[in-house]
Design a protein around this ligand. Structure first.
Ligand code: SAM
Length: 122
């Protein structure tokens, strides 16, 4: 199986969002991970419920830029699905944005999505 067989749709946000707005979106859209994109829809970072909780708990600034992770680990749609398993394990993260050659976000691969492979017996 390839990444495109196991990826799911994902909502993205821009740097114009506040931490508070990101928290709302996480709850409303039921995503734990929000890829952050620029005005050309290119990936520039990722914000997770963990980052948002931390920012709110420490009541730092309400800006997204200081709390997002800029060095995002990603995969491509035609990568093998087991690459995602290895990357999640290696970097101790729970999701990988799927991007195309232009860094446009196509979806997300999560541990949850990958566990479907096991239940399907692949
Ligand atoms: N294990 C927990 C988890 O999976 O969310 C917490 C540890 S993980 C190191 C938390 C950090 O990883 C967050 O600051 C988040 O922004 C970052 N992160 C999540 N997905 C990422 C990815 N695909 N690439 C780079 N960093 C990522």
């Amino acid at each position: 199986p390839l990444i495109k067989d196991v990826m799911a749709p994902v909502a993205t946000i821009t740097l114009g969002f506040s931490v508070h707005e990101a928290a709302k979106k996480i709850i409303q859209d039921k995503f734990n991970h929000l890829p952050v994109v620029d005005e050309n829809s290119r990936l520039v970072g990722i914000v997770t419920s963990w980052d948002v909780s931390k920012a709110l708990a420490l009541s730092k600034s309400d800006k997204l830029a200081p709390i997002m992770t800029r060095n995002v680990i990603t995969v491509a749609p035609d990568d093998p699905a087991d690459l995602a398993v290895r990357l999640l394990e290696k970097h101790n993260i729970s999701a990988l944005p799927v991007i195309d050659k232009d860094k446009k976000v196509l979806g997300i691969v999560t541990g949850e999505g990958l566990s479907k492979l096991i239940s399907r017996g692949v």
